[in-house]
Unconditional design. Sequence first.
Length: 171
Amino acid sequence: MRVALIGPVPPGLGGATPGGVATHQVHLAAGLAAAGEDAPLLATNTGARRIERVDFPMCSIGPGWTSYDRVPKYALYLARTRIDGSRREVLRNLLGYRRFLAAVRPEVVHVQHPLERCLYVRMVQQIEGWRVPLVVTAHSLFGEHAEETIYGLMAPNLRAAAPIVSARWLS
């Protein structure tokens, strides 16, 4: 099964920020690769930083990741959509996500945390008409985010996720 992983990575791998979500993402990617699964990772917090060698397929959105033939379609979509922040930045991210997902052609997309990266996946799927199950790992919901973020961004992203819950108990 092809799984597109999307999330942050820790500074040791070129990520801009440390934390549990980034550490979890790397362990998940390495574990899937060790199990022989096809699960490339789009590292979302590296920017133009150098990505260190890893034992699983990993890339980031950077220069040269724009599919210019898609700019008019995506720009028109953004012109009709309420966007917080820079439309240029959102457009760059959407085109990068689109390129990654088109290259991977996943059967499942797994996003770490129901924030902007989850919204980008949903937007690309809507623009392209792709119907790929979305799995979201929610690392925290309350206490760290404003109510506007919880109800305006996180809740819709979680509702869009595939209704899959899995647990593995080790004895």
